[in-house]
Write a protein that binds this ligand. Structure first.
Ligand code: PMP
Ligand code: GLN
Length: 385
């Protein structure tokens, strides 16, 4: 995944598409980042922390104020009881959390099962750790895993089962029955569960169930999340892990040599965010759902077959009704055709498993309403080109 077809090191699809947007002036619905600031309380708290001199290395696990806020958050929203002193680690975004976890908990040749499409970092980090990547395909229209496929993929060779719910890129949310099956399979094959829940608060009328809240899961589950999406602070790179203490100790041993520590003044600010009233979280999700509707309608009017995400930042649009067979080529042409940038879903699947995904494009709707309306108007022209 790190190398292109020519064997050269290549930028991530998000960096490539953001560069394309910058060079063409097209609207960037490729990389998933909001174009508006998050809550003022959180931004102010970061400024205050800098003024107050919280500018040097924080403790290895993260500042206590944030670890306590993460523990409170798990109990407040999910009823999960966590010891901030031994079960919580602050990381440089969910990306470092994933890297430290996979590097710490796999050996050469261990199998790591993920859903596919998968967030691109998964395959890259599994590759770095020399583990073997096994996937379970998610198919349109609902992008849910087939239970028999999960039973077939998870075996005694499986060390980690990595799930991502709500899911990037498809916006699907795993239901309770699937989570229960995963717990059963993890027990049966003595595997650990890694759950990436960075979109945990951004659901559209469906319930997000953290797998660690279900019976039999907590003692073998590493929960990963990030402040980036919840508080529109993707550039701060504050993420975290909640895990049983002995697993967390192994992960800390790796994290200390990846970044050692990260983001001192942002940590107390995210603690403020995690303690905001419920209304903040519900409003953030409702605002995003409305944006999803605007862009989905625009894509539908432009001739795409549009899926219905249950959560997150992204909508998947099938460009085949527009005569598109290769979404990667289409995405390279889209800035010229419509002044919009999207990401081909093939960027989230292994090269030999592109079948069924080759006409799909991921568009981000975490943007200002006016921008989504302009993008929709520009995309409407595709019908006639
Ligand atoms: N996991 C998923 C599913 C993501 O979409 C992202 C990026 N938005 C990450 C992990 C990385 O998060 P962070 O920016 O906090 O490293
Ligand atoms: N998570 C963001 C996305 O899926 C991108 C993060 C990145 O650029 N690595 O668009």
């Amino acid at each position: 995944m790190l190398l292109g077809d020519d064997g050269e090191l290549r930028p991530t699809i998000f960096a490539e598409m953001s560069a394309l947007a910058a060079s063409t002036g097209a609207i960037n619905l490729g990389q998933g980042f909001p174009d508006e600031d998050g809550p003022v309380e959180v931004l102010d708290a970061a400024r205050t922390a800098i003024t107050d001199g919280i500018n040097q290395y924080p403790p290895g696990l993260g500042l206590p104020v944030l670890r306590e806020a993460i523990a409170e958050h798990q109990e407040r929203f999910y009823g999960i009881r966590v010891d901030p002193a031994t079960n919580v680690l602050v990381t440089a975004g969910a990306t470092e959390a994933l890297a430290a976890t996979i590097l710490a908990l796999t050996d050469d040749g261990d199998e790591v099962v993920t859903l596919e499409p998968f967030y691109d970092a998964y395959a890259a980090i599994i590759g770095l750790s020399r583990a073997t990547h096994v996937t379970v395909q998610l198919r349109a229209p609902d992008f849910q895993p087939d239970h028999d496929d999960l039973r077939a993929a998870i075996t005694d060779r499986t060390r980690l089962i990595i799930i991502n719910s709500p899911h990037n890129p498809t916006g699907s949310v795993l239901p309770r029955e699937t989570l229960e099956l995963l717990i059963e399979l993890a027990h049966k094959h003595d595997a650990l569960i890694v759950t990436d829940e960075v979109y945990e608060h951004l659901t559209f009328g469906v319930e997000h169930i953290p797998i660690a809240s279900l019976p039999g899961a907590v003692e073998r589950t590493i929960t990963i999340s990030s402040a980036g999406k919840t508080f529109s602070t993707t550039g701060w790179k504050i993420g975290w892990i909640v895990a049983p203490s002995e697993l967390l100790a192994a992960i800390v041993a790796v994290k200390q040599y990846l970044t050692y520590v990260n983001g001192a003044p942002f940590q107390p600010a995210i603690a403020v965010g995690l303690r905001l009233p419920d209304e903040y979280f519900t409003t953030a999700a409702a605002t995003l759902a409305a944006k999803c509707d605007i862009l989905s309608a625009g894509l539908g009017a432009a001739g795409f077959a549009v899926s219905r995400p249950q959560a997150g930042y992204f909508v998947i649009a099938d460009a085949s009704p527009l005569g598109v067979t290769d979404a990667a080529d289409f995405c390279r042409a889209l800035p010229t055709l419509a002044g919009v940038v999207g990401v081909p879903v093939t960027a989230f699947v292994h090269p030999d498993r592109r079948n069924g995904y080759s006409s799909l494009v991921r568009f981000a709707f975490c943007k200002k309403v006016e921008l989504l309306e302009v993008a929709s108007a520009q995309l409407a022209g595709l019908r006639t080109t």
